[in-house]
Design a protein around this ligand. Structure first.
Ligand SMILES: O=C(O)CCC(=O)C(=O)O
Length: 304
């Protein structure tokens, strides 16, 4: 156990935040075993009814389902766990007035799943790493997480690296933790699901929190629910949000938001982007942040 990044359930949240800021991640063992087990039970039927992913990033042997708060009361409680809120307050509030829930999902990696490509969740936005903490990501272990069964792989310290630096094999660790524990990490921390070489699935529940200003000014989603927006011109439907904002931005239950309006009988794999969206994003430059250094005031720590 690494005592700089692994904590007991009664850990002080300042110490956990310090690890997330310095090392890019922290593990808190046995934080909410009963609630996590209950969420796992509530979500199991949804996972069972979900096909495996479409290979690539989403995994050919992984089942994923999103929109968790409609499916699990325990998940509602987990998402607002005191420890998570405390760390989000400290990591995100220096950059925003309020943070928001950005993603909810459960990932069940089945035996034979290969390791996912290591990635930064903050790359949803076109910023070059290192960038300020735009996101906090959490992964609750529903099953035990081990190196053998595909426990999340993490690259300690990589939130501070220039993005041109690639991790060596020995720089990648496996987030091993018993069921009921929490892995919490930053937007810029390289990570990915591990390979499952065991005989049973590895299941984790993920919630991601983002800066409150990463959204539309007028709340288009509440103003224009599907039954209302169905009657709008297609261009307007896209503009108010029934369209991806970029790769992986704006999906509904892991799929194209436009499907909320169309009854076209589509029964293919859930997709979180489209080739034309990926191509459009590829021409957007990645903005570089400057960190003015140790002496800078907390108010002006980063400039674009
Ligand atoms: O399943 C995991 O351990 C990590 C999954 C992940 O990082 C992702 O799907 O973006």
């Amino acid at each position: 156990m690494n005592n700089q990044t692994t904590f007991p359930a009664d850990a002080d949240r300042d110490a956990v935040t310090a690890a997330v800021m310095e090392h890019g991640y922290a593990l808190i063992h046995d934080l909410a075993p009963d609630l996590v087990a209950e969420a796992g039970r509530e979500l199991a039927p949804y996972l069972e009814a979900t096909p495996f992913g479409s290979a690539g990033f989403l995994g050919a042997r992984t089942r994923r389902t999103g929109a968790l708060f409609r499916k699990s009361v325990a998940a509602q409680q987990l998402a607002i766990h005191d420890m998570v809120m405390g760390v989000c307050d400290q990591v995100l509030l220096p950059q925003c007035a309020r943070y928001q829930l950005n993603f909810s999902g459960v990932m069940e990696l089945h035996p034979g799943e290969k390791a996912q490509v290591l990635h930064r969740d903050g790359d949803l936005y076109p910023f070059r790493n290192p960038y300020p903490a735009t996101l906090v990501q959490t992964m609750w272990a529903v099953s035990d997480f081990t190196r053998e069964n595909g426990g999340t792989q993490v690259v300690p310290g990589s939130h501070l690296w220039d993005e041109s630096r690639k991790p060596l094999e020995q720089e990648v660790i496996s987030a091993e933790m018993p069921a009921g524990s929490l892995l919490i990490y930053q937007a810029g921390t390289l990570h990915g699901g591990g390979a499952n070489r065991a005989h049973a699935p590895r299941t984790g529940i993920a919630f991601q929190y983002s800066l409150g200003w990463l959204r539309q000014e007028e709340n288009q989603h509440l103003t224009n629910p599907p039954e209302v927006a169905r009657h709008y011109p297609p261009r307007l439907q896209a503009l108010v949000g029934y369209e991806y904002g970029g790769p992986y931005l704006g999906f509904v239950n892991g799929d194209d938001p436009a499907r909320l309006l169309a009854d076209d009988g589509y029964d293919g794999p859930a997709l979180r982007s489209r080739p034309d969206i990926d191509a459009a994003q590829a021409r957007v430059p990645r903005f570089r942040f400057e960190h003015p250094g140790e002496e800078a005031s907390e108010q002006a720590a980063w400039t674009l």
